[in-house]
Design a protein around this ligand. Structure first.
Ligand code: SF4
Length: 252
């Protein structure tokens, strides 16, 4: 077994179901690319490009990012079409509140350019591989932030409880970046009348002990090849687990 690095999503998958982690990262079983993920990735790419130059043709950028993300292997629900997703993106990007929110987002610059989509690496004592991640943007005032698309509004608690943001802040801190321990989420809500939420929350440096312990325990589980099945996970269904047909689904 050779693992080069961990990431927040791999750690989170291990917590949800260690067996699904094994199937994905060791057995290399294929995973589905869902339409919601493809939409999120296209929208995300569009926002990042617009922020770097608000004068561009927004719909043209959306079209390019959409075509990049919606490849033929995307799994659509029976009543879905790619065109519906394309139109949804156009509708969100044409909304005046969304337009002014995106136009107001200003990145920090360093000697390599706008601090957008920056790779970070966290080293955890006792864990031989780094935990890597990509921070969507570092804002002008030094606050890191990310862009999310969501079917419904986020609650402040949802933002506050994010361990992913703690991981990013810890990695920035380790790299010598002056962090204010705050993190911002820009949530684009895909409702009929689109909305943008800007949710900020902060972490305390003391939380790092919990984060490190959590990563260490996951690593211990992986290195001892401890991969129990977790039928009580929210993932354990045909809809949410990519491996259901070859795992629990074989027996039903
Ligand atoms: S079907 Fe259930 S137990 Fe099997 S890998 Fe998926 S989540 Fe885990």
């Amino acid at each position: 077994m050779y693992i080069e690095h961990l990431s927040y999503s791999s750690i989170s998958l291990y917590f949800d179901c260690p067996e699904s982690w094994r199937r994905k990262y060791i057995a290399g079983e294929p995973t589905k690319k869902t339409s919601a993920l493809a939409f999120g990735s296209a929208f995300h790419g569009t926002v990042e490009r617009i922020i770097q130059n608000t004068q561009y043709d927004w719909e043209g950028i959306w079209k390019e990012e959409f075509n990049k993300a919606f490849t033929e292997d995307i799994s659509l629900e029976p009543d879905e079409t790619p065109q519906q997703y394309y139109n949804k993106g156009v509708r969100i990007l044409s909304n005046n509140k969304v337009k002014s929110a995106i136009t107001a987002i200003k990145p920090r610059y360093d000697n390599t350019g706008a601090m957008i989509e920056r790779k970070v690496e966290l080293r955890v004592p006792g864990v031989p591989v780094p935990v890597i991640g990509f921070i969507d943007i570092i804002l002008e005032d030094g606050t890191p932030a990310d862009f999310k698309t969501s079917a419904k509004s986020w609650t402040q608690d949802q933002a506050n409880n994010s361990l992913q943001t703690l991981l990013y802040l810890a990695a920035l801190n380790q790299a010598g970046f002056e962090v204010n321990w705050r993190f911002k989420h820009f949530v684009f809500v895909k409702t009929k009348t689109p909305q943008v939420q800007v949710l900020e929350h902060s972490h305390r440096p003391g939380e790092l002990f919990f984060l490190f312990e959590m990563v260490k325990r996951v690593w211990e589980g992986i290195s001892k090849e401890y991969f129990p099945l977790n039928p009580s996970s929210w993932r354990c269904s045909e809809k949410y687990c990519d491996f259901y047909a070859n795992c629990r689904g074989r027996y039903v």
